[in-house]
Design a protein around this ligand. Structure first.
Ligand code: AMP
Length: 307
């Protein structure tokens, strides 16, 4: 009598790994965010091929990255539903959308804040001073509603898609919840900032679980952007110094891991130093190095920094 075959305990073979395909990255299609995103990509070694003006698509890295120009507000949803693999957009629109995405990196441009603002002299100086039933114009209805819920104020949200700052003058709102950066548009419209609801800046976002066929390219993009951000505001300082000045140089130029000190062939009294310095410290550092006998001082920009 033949025995029935025993069920195999081995795990079923893994499906073949999906072939890599271009990483789809969405960036805003207009305004400062768009320009700054293109510039950051260029600095990270990912220049867009051809002109990016008025385009929907651009290719980069010989087709390994495909850049799509989309409305900043649409990017979180497109990332969440997998239409694109990653995106660059404001934290404000990510929070408003409620999209389930991973916030991977603060790109440190497009800084602004979502604020509650009220007409000058309105007496609204805090959330608690907003009268019951007040009309709040905003293009961020979800964030505004949750802010007032948190502060236990019953208000009427008036959704608008732009020109929010004029709504109190037009008589359709008592206060607004809007983005500001310099504050000049609020001031021009006789509005005073009452409270910050959310500080924002452009972020790199991606799916919480990236698709395997683009996971490696996404890591490469993340790493490249991170190294550009790390170099921001840093300069590389090189100088030939008298060897005896080294202890003092080391005391005021700690660098990332202390200055690199190199012997100079045929000049035993001299050493070459190389150090990463904060832009804000360059002015004084160069002066001190000169006073200590430094010569051949060079200050060089840094494109990317990998610790
Ligand atoms: P402001 O510099 O405060 O006068 O802002 C100018 C206009 O740009 C206002 O209408 C703001 O709502 C808008 N704004 C400022 N910063 C941003 C940003 N990072 N993203 C989108 N809109 C912004």
């Amino acid at each position: 009598m033949s025995r029935a075959p025993r069920p195999s305990r081995r795990a079923p073979p893994a499906p073949p790994a999906a072939a890599p395909r271009p990483l789809r990255l969405a960036i805003p299609n207009k305004g400062r965010l768009s320009e700054d995103a293109v510039e950051l990509l260029r600095r990270a070694g990912i220049p867009l091929e051809g002109s990016s003006e008025r385009k929907l698509f651009a290719s980069a890295m010989g087709g390994r990255v495909q850049v799509l120009f989309l409305r900043a507000q649409d990017i979180p949803e497109f990332v969440a539903d997998g239409t694109v693999d990653a995106g660059m957009t404001g934290l404000d629109v990510v929070a408003e959308s409620g999209a389930q995405v991973a916030k991977r990196l603060d790109l440190r441009f497009g800084r602004c804040r979502l604020v509650l603002a009220a007409p000058d002299g309105s007496g609204i100086t805090s959330a608690a001073a907003v009268p019951e039933g007040a009309r709040i114009a905003t293009s961020f209805p979800n964030l505004a509603a949750s802010y007032f819920r948190k502060h236990r104020r019953k208000v009427r949200i008036v959704p608008v898609s732009g020109a929010c700052e004029v709504t109190p003058t037009l008589g359709v709102a008592d206060a607004i919840v809007d983005l500001t950066s310099s504050g000049s548009t609020l001031a021009m419209n006789h509005l005073a900032e009452v409270a910050t609801i959310l500080p924002s800046s452009c972020h790199l976002i991606a799916a919480r679980r990236p698709k395997s066929e683009v996971a490696e390219e996404l890591e490469r993009l993340h790493f490249a952007l991170e190294s550009v951000l790390a170099a921001h505001g840093k300069r590389y300082l090189l100088a030939d110094m008298p060897r005896k000045a080294l202890p003092e140089v080391q005391s005021f130029l700690p660098g990332v891991a202390g200055p690199t000190v190199v012997d100079i062939a045929g000049k035993p009294d001299l050493v070459a130093i190389q150090v990463v310095v904060d832009e804000s410290e360059i002015y004084d550092a160069v002066h001190r190095l000169r006073k200590l006998g430094g010569r051949g001082i060079l200050v060089v920009p840094i494109d990317r920094m990998v610790a």
